[in-house]
Ligand binder design. Structure first.
Ligand SMILES: NC(=O)c1ccc[n+]([C@@H]2O[C@H](COP(=O)([O-])OP(=O)(O)OC[C@H]3O[C@@H](n4cnc5c(N)ncnc54)[C@H](OP(=O)(O)O)[C@@H]3O)[C@@H](O)[C@H]2O)c1
Length: 371
């Protein structure tokens, strides 16, 4: 049995508790909240054995194998690093980290401490994502992909009222791209790999954070567009257009339930799925850890690396800067903590400043990053 300790009592941690019910080999044994009473209420609701309000105490708990991080984006790095250094596996919410530098630092730490780190991706392990992927060939060559994911956020009202909600904060690495656009980036890069050219045009708040934006990812003969907004709304939709027809899905982060193949008449090729995307992903994570499936793990990491490089480049293109981007690596470890020792060859060069490229990008293979 894999015992999980959860960080944070927000909505997403509640979602995790629902999803874990579908994974017989995982059990949530501990919850951490900054507020002990809130933590106890969460533990009571879900019958969780232990409640903590100090991360160091939770990490000392020898019964815990995996830490799930359901905290605001900028806290993913710091908490994941601590957890890896305590030899725990980690499942971090999306987006993986604030930027690529942090991604690499965590991969290095996971190698040093011989544990694994995953992102809670909701779509890629869904049976219906596999259906979508299989039917691309029926309508190929693909020419255009449009992913529209716009939700008016209550937090935008808070922002307008003068508050500083995490999702619109540069301190907490917020914004429409990393909150909603990331789903489309995952989908597009899982289907087509790394793009040749990236452009992001954003509507920005004074702190540089995007409230809405349009991301384009160009490939040979194909353009993929992700439209995301936190201050306007529309029905979520994925449209994949090829020369021989189109594939249409009326959800982006959900179950991808109705996958319509339109080649003159519309056919629903979607499967009935038993649970949500989080549950399918958790099952796969448990399987990878238990079966020590290094090959599948590397595929996961390689994919996240592509996603992180797209997000970094898109933000640079639109001039979106997180406080986390300004931190120098030497400041990432407190004086008491030692930076994880990494073999010299595992250090990879600084990410180049984004520039438009004509050829497909080459990235350092993930097994080299980890070696
Ligand atoms: N909300 C969603 O529907 C959703 C969906 C998919 C993914 N996610 C991802 O899940 C993560 C959390 O998102 P969220 O919207 O749930 O965030 P949130 O409500 O702002 O925070 C989640 C929890 O983190 C803790 N927390 C909040 N601010 C903190 C701070 N300054 N320092 C330490 N702990 C803090 C709180 O738990 P305690 O008060 O118990 O400490 C809070 O309940 C994000 O990475 C997001 O991208 C969220």
């Amino acid at each position: 049995m894999l015992n999980v300790g959860i960080l944070g009592t927000g909505m997403i941690s509640e979602g995790f508790m629902e999803a874990v019910k579908f994974v017989p080999s995982m059990k949530v044994s501990a919850i951490l909240s900054r507020d002990l009473e809130k933590g106890k209420a969460f533990a009571f609701k879900y019958t969780i054995e232990k409640t903590y309000n100090e991360i160091d105490l939770l990490l000392k708990d020898k019964d815990i194998d995996i830490i799930y991080i359901g905290l605001p984006n900028s806290l993913h790095y710091e908490m994941a690093l601590k957890a890896l250094q305590a030899n725990k596996h980690v499942i971090v919410e999306k987006p993986f980290t604030s930027n690529m530098k942090e991604f690499i630092s965590l991969i290095e730490a996971s190698v040093t401490h011989k544990v694994q780190i995953f992102e809670m991706n909701r779509v890629l392990h869904l049976p219906n994502f596999k259906v979508l992927k299989e039917h691309i060939k029926d309508i190929a060559p693909i020419r255009l992909v449009t992913i529209n994911f716009c939700k008016y956020s209550r937090k935008y009202d808070d922002y307008l009222a003068g508050k500083d909600p995490n999702v619109f904060s540069d301190e907490f690495s917020g914004g429409a791209l990393v909150d909603l656009g990331v789903y489309g980036v995952h989908l597009v890069s899982a289907l087509f790999g790394a793009p040749q050219e990236i452009n992001y045009v954003a509507s920005k708040l004074p702190n540089s954070i995007d409230s809405s934006g349009i991301l384009t990812m160009s490939y040979e003969g194909m353009i993929c567009t992700c439209i995301q907004s936190k201050n306007s709304k529309s029905d979520p939709k994925i449209v994949i257009q090829g020369e021989k027809g189109s594939l249409i899905v009326n959800s982006v982060s959900g179950l991808l339930e109705n996958v319509e193949l339109d080649q003159s008449t519309k056919t629903n090729i979607g499967l009935k799925q038993e649970s949500d995307g989080m549950a399918y992903t958790l099952k796969e994570i448990a399987r990878i850890i238990e079966e020590k499936d290094e090959k599948a793990y590397l595929i996961e990491l390689d994919h996240i690396q592509t996603v992180m490089s797209i997000l970094d480049e898109a933000r640079a293109c639109a001039g979106i800067v997180f406080k986390a981007d300004l931190k120098k690596k030497k400041h990432w470890f407190s004086k008491k903590e030692k930076a994880p020792k990494v073999k010299k060859e595992a250090k990879i060069k600084k990410e180049p400043k984004p520039k438009k490229e004509k050829k497909a990008k080459t990235k350092k293979p993930i097994d080299k990053v980890r070696s």
